[in-house]
Design a protein around this ligand. Sequence first.
Ligand SMILES: [Zn+2]
Length: 109
Amino acid sequence: MLWKCTVCGMTVEGTDAPEKCPKCGAPKEKFIKLSQEEQDKIYTSERTNDIHMEMIHLCDKIVSLCKEGIDLKLDPPCVDVFTKAKDEAYIIKQRSKAEIAGHIGKGKW
Ligand SMILES: [Zn+2]
């Protein structure tokens, strides 16, 4: 069963609501039991959200490698490749972030 803190939004697994919220410390009475539909949304989106987060992390790495490559200035075409890749990685990162924000708004988190 999943319980949701109505103060901060944290969800906690258990047969009963926790004595207090592990995040904000709100008491047990502030928890509501999520419906089966709400629980399914959270469980089925878990791996997808993890993949988005991993992509965001990888894009950060690409951006930082590209910055290093740009600074090395081996030759203009090379700098151009790194500049384009940096911009593209940033787009991928922001797109995944926007998608995660959409999931949160739909309870898929
Ligand atoms: Zn809380």
